[in-house]
Design a protein around this ligand. Structure first.
Ligand code: SIN
Length: 279
């Protein structure tokens, strides 16, 4: 097995079959995951059962409340866009499940049907985003907490992603669960539970304010942090091919699925893994 770090964020791992990872390979994958934040594998041949089994070697599976499930495997969330659909899922910078008290550790995404062109996914390193902040901003955000919510995306109120896109028609559901989900608070800077490194833990998808600040003050700070975090030098654009698998850490990375393949079908299977409280 070979591990090669990529520019911006992540590492590509080659010469491994994810259906039969040895104990030593597993240790190396875990270390690379903690260090690089997202791992990419090519030419894999994972059945749905293999996908689930690989994920369960890291953590229990978190069954998604909002995405349509695979018809035969409730553990697998469908990240789908049909040729006649307009909006995609995950089409903006975000990290999965930051609206939970114990946000998901990570996700394993397997490509099933790919468009002929487009459909790449951007990833960004929140280790790098934190490390490259200037000292004044690091001091400014030290000890602050941010508020995260699912309501404006998955809820039933007006102008949510659920209501304003065509994803609500069968791909995204359970708005009532989002409506009653209490907003949560996490530190703006976390110490990563696996690597011990500091990471910026706010994201444009689900972070809606800064605890103890007015809406305007919080929005101004978040806009500054987002603009910094999404700089090109923290990011890597992954091009999917048949057999590609990405395994990302939700605490140290963001991702953004590009919606640039209208008229074509893209079907991905996602497993999300349970995480822990963040400090
Ligand atoms: C997501 O989990 O946000 C989707 C990523 C992708 O489809 O590339």
């Amino acid at each position: 097995m070979r591990i090669e770090g990529l520019p911006g964020v992540g590492a590509e791992i080659t010469d491994v079959d994810l259906r039969q990872v040895t104990g030593d390979e597993m240790d190396a994958i875990k270390q690379a995951y903690a260090e690089h934040g997202v791992l990419f594998f090519r030419d894999q041949d994972l059945s749905e059962d293999d996908h689930i089994a690989f994920g369960e070697r890291f953590a229990p599976i978190n069954i998604n409340r909002f995405f349509a499930a695979h018809p035969d495997y409730p553990e697998i969330a469908m990240v789908a866009k049909e040729a006649d659909q307009k909006d995609n899922i995950g089409g903006g910078w975000h990290t999965d499940h930051s609206y939970d008290v114990e946000p998901a550790m990570g996700s394993v995404l397997v490509a099933r049907v790919l468009p002929e062109t487009g459909g790449d996914t951007f990833f960004a390193s929140m280790y790098r985003a934190y490390d490259t902040l200037d000292d004044a901003t690091k001091a400014e955000i030290e000890g602050l907490n941010a508020v995260h919510s699912a309501k404006h995306i998955f809820g039933s109120q007006e102008q949510t992603y659920y209501n304003t896109t065509d994803a609500g028609g069968g791909r995204i559901g359970n708005a009532a669960a989002a409506d009653v989900l209490e907003d949560v608070v996490h530190p703006v800077v976390i110490t990563h539970p696996l690597s011990g490194k500091k990471a910026l833990y706010v994201n444009p998808g689900f972070t809606v304010g800064i605890a103890g600040m007015s809406k305007e003050q919080g929005a101004e700070l978040l806009e500054r942090l987002f603009a910094h975090a999404m700089k090109k030098e923290h990011a890597y654009l992954f091009s999917w091919k048949p057999g590609s698998v990405a395994f990302w850490d939700n605490r140290s990375t963001w991702h953004w699925a590009l919606n640039d393949y209208h008229g074509q079908r893209r079907i991905m299977h996602r497993i999300t893994l349970e995480g822990c409280a963040l400090h």
